[in-house]
Design a protein around this ligand. Structure first.
Ligand SMILES: C[S@@+](CC[C@H](N)C(=O)[O-])C[C@H]1O[C@@H](n2cnc3c(N)ncnc32)[C@H](O)[C@@H]1O
Length: 372
């Protein structure tokens, strides 16, 4: 058989290394689905509940797995340990099989998937949102969308025939999946904000805040609890506000951020701007500017999103850069995207703001204070 293309130009070692790398890239979806499966089976919680370590047999008992599936569970755990989701803590003797067996543990990633058993699922619902079939299926059509600019503006819309917000308004299950995922994310972000002094400082002088696109109010409630001097409200679409628990902790307002934003010292936009095109962000920011007082009187917009490239010079930057690039392409399915600093600056100026300050205190994300 004749070798074609560049095969003959590279060494056998490079060919075989390249083949392994291609398998890893092409089977990236297997990793995502293995992670989804582990969450659905409750494996992170099972390991945590077993004192932080569990053998295959112990896991099978805790999650009530049919015995016939046990050998397959080993293969699932192999993928999840080589990819760093779980670890092999140590080997322990197991009389039932007559040899030592692996005891699986949690890593810094899977520790975040353990909830409190009551109100919080850790980041499990967020990961479930990221791998939801409604969101992943449109990626199969990405190349067709790239090559045909007569197609709808996003490949989500090309696949589903409507954009994600219209679909979520129609399908309660999708709306819940988005809401639960974003609630996890908000809890996580608030936890980091409250731990990090320079992030806490952003809220210290604020007397009133409206969380625009604030979902069911997780961040607003946490900010109101941590900073009792801040009067918090949430603006979101009517079908989202209708689902919000009316417990009186914060005020909910049903509305459209493109039409009107209620007045406050500060407007918070967390994980909102990356869903919209530049011209749409300019419109949202103009509504924000109408809602807040002057900079001298304490007016500001607080954006929580990525500033792509801001992590380049720091340690462990490769993982952060990869996470930022993946997030950005994921958002392209919905016509969204992450921005570099010069892209942010352009929309701030166009919306009539005078300055901004980036606080890179949230890992792959930053807090951006934008001043009128
Ligand atoms: C990605 S979610 C972010 C939710 C929340 N800020 C968080 O980080 O947990 C985007 C939110 O924007 C809301 N949204 C979308 N279009 C909107 C509009 N025109 N006016 C107000 N809210 C809107 C959605 O309903 C959703 O709650």
């Amino acid at each position: 058989m004749a070798l074609t293309g560049d095969y003959k130009l590279i060494s056998t070692e490079d060919m075989l290394q390249g083949h392994a790398e291609l398998c890893i890239h092409a089977y990236g979806f297997v990793k995502s689905m293995a992670l989804k499966c582990a969450i659905e089976l409750g494996i992170p919680g099972a390991i945590h509940g077993n004192g932080g370590g569990a053998s295959l047999g112990e896991l099978a008992t805790i999650i009530a797995l049919p015995l016939s599936r046990l050998p397959r569970l080993r293969r699932l755990m192999r993928v999840l340990t080589v990819s760093g989701v779980f670890s092999v803590e140590h080997q322990q003797p197991d009389d039932s099989v007559g040899c030592a067996v692996a005891v699986y543990g949690l890593t810094s990633a899977s520790r975040l998937l353990v909830g409190d058993g009551e109100t919080s699922s850790g980041l499990s619902s967020l990961v479930s949102l990221m791998v939801d079939p409604n969101l992943t299926a449109p990626f199969s059509g990405m190349s067709a969308w790239f090559m045909d600019d007569e197609q709808p503006r996003s490949f989500f819309e090309m696949h589903h025939g409507e954009d994600m917000w219209d679909m979520a308004a129609r399908e309660a299950a999708l709306s819940r999946t988005i809401g639960d995922g974003m609630t996890d994310d908000s809890r996580f972000v608030v936890e980091v904000i409250l731990r990090e002094g320079r992030a806490r400082d952003v809220f210290s002088g604020v007397r009133s805040m409206v969380d625009v696109g604030g979902g069911t109010g997780t961040i607003a409630k946490a900010i109101a609890a941590a900073f009792p001097h801040v009067e918090c409200s949430v603006l979101d679409l009517p079908h989202v506000v209708a689902e919000a628990p009316a417990d009186g902790e914060v005020r909910f307002i049903a509305g459209d951020m493109f039409d009107h934003i209620p007045p406050a010292d500060a407007v918070l936009l967390k994980s909102v701007m990356h869903d919209w095109r530049d011209d749409e962000c300019v419109k949202i920011l103009r509504r924000c500017k109408e809602a807040i007082p002057t900079r001298e009187a304490g007016g500001k917009v607080i954006i929580i999103n990525m500033v792509v490239g801001s992590e380049k010079s720091k340690g462990n930057s490769t993982k952060k850069e990869e996470a930022q690039a993946l997030y950005d392409l994921f958002l392209m399915a919905f016509e969204g995207g992450e921005r570099e600093e010069h892209e942010w600056e352009k929309i701030f100026l166009e919306a009539g703001f005078s300055g901004y300050n980036i606080i890179p205190a949230l890992g792959i994300r930053s807090i951006i204070e934008v001043y009128p």
